[in-house]
Design a protein around this ligand. Structure first.
Ligand code: NCD
Length: 330
């Protein structure tokens, strides 16, 4: 799916995000982060941003909202649980209603893959995809990229190009099949030269997963089912939750899964003592990740949350004020 034809500043997918845009978003993130609070609060003063959430969210929703508020914008949250969506209103009509109320940008999380495209087309507004079904989570991949750039030693973070992550192997382990986080990361990170190793049992990582839209499959995205082998190659271990809400009757032997794929202290220290541990959240301690690993010095999980707030300020400035965005990227 292409983003051309949608309002400038939309972020629907990382698939066609050019390298100079990735670099511009990261540069803007840094500039905005360094600004005095009062200057930042003038950037989108009085602009109206709607958060439209059809699925639960803690980090993504809160960080978009706090990012918008730190830029001086006015935000409103519409959730499927307490709005006319419960009465059967369509996504298109909800979008048109928000536009009539003055929304200039909509941040959308939806259970259906592709929903942000429909909304962007129906409203003509910039839409930021905050996670659509099993498809994509572009802002998560960008915040994960920033976390990797700041936590993996020896990278030249000043130069964002196809070699910036050369030599970095990112192991993504868990429920790959249902994960929009895995999909966006598997598309974005190889563009910067990273190798992505997908790891998990057949039920959660079918053989043909790479054929299901993992682009850039030129040896830069591979499957390694043996977690310990994968970890030995990893500079970054990204753990994923088993998405019970999307399993659709699929039976999984959780006890066996824990034995084979849980990131615990013994495994981390044995196979990958210097590996940066990441997790997009929400994490289920004791299942895909042991509590002591989540809290270990290797863990960049809270960094990810902080970078989420920062990256999302840049995405909002990019969506709402292109002139303003240019001034913070150069
Ligand atoms: C993820 C999501 O919703 O895609 N969480 C997030 O946004 N940080 C992952 C998940 O739900 O497991």
């Amino acid at each position: 799916m292409k983003t051309s034809g949608y309002a400038a500043g939309s972020l629907l997918t990382v698939a066609d995000l050019p390298m100079d845009e990735v670099a511009a978003i990261l540069a803007a993130t840094e500039r905005i982060e360094r600004m005095a609070g009062a200057d930042r609060a003038r950037m989108l003063a009085g602009r109206r941003i709607a958060l439209l959430f059809y699925e639960s969210s803690t980090r993504t929703r809160t960080s978009f909202e706090l990012a918008a508020k730190s830029l001086g914008a006015i935000t409103t949250l519409v959730s499927d649980k307490s709005s006319s969506i419960e009465k059967g209103e369509s996504l298109k009509d909800t979008g048109l209603t928000l536009r009539a109320l003055g929304a200039e940008c909509i941040i959308l999380r939806h259970a259906n893959s592709g929903a942000p495209y429909l909304l962007a087309k129906a409203t003509g507004l910039p839409v930021l995809n905050a996670g659509d079904g099993m498809h994509e989570h572009p802002s998560q991949a960008l915040l994960d990229l920033r976390t990797i750039l700041t936590r993996v030693p020896g990278l030249n973070t000043r130069r964002i190009d196809a070699k910036t992550l050369a030599g970095v192997t990112v192991v993504i382990t868990g429920d790959i099949l249902h994960s929009r986080v895995a999909r966006s990361n598997a598309m974005l990170l190889p563009k910067l030269g990273a190798k992505v190793l997908l790891c998990g049992p057949k039920e959660l990582l079918p053989e043909d997963a790479l054929g299901l839209g993992f682009v850039g499959n030129t040896g830069s995205v591979e499957i390694e089912r043996d977690f310990d082998k994968a970890l030995k190659k990893a500079q970054v271990a990204m753990m994923l939750r088993i998405q019970r809400e999307r399993l659709a009757g699929l039976e999984l032997d959780v006890a066996d899964y824990i034995v084979r794929y849980q990131l615990n202290e013994e495994r981390l220290m044995g196979s990958a003592p210097d590996t940066v541990v990441m997790h997009p959240g929400p994490m289920i301690r004791g299942l895909e990740i042991a509590g002591e690993v989540a809290d270990a010095p290797n863990s960049a999980i809270e960094d990810q949350v902080r970078h989420g707030l920062a990256v999302r300020t840049a995405l909002l400035v990019r969506a709402l004020g292109l002139g303003g965005f240019e001034s913070v990227t150069s």
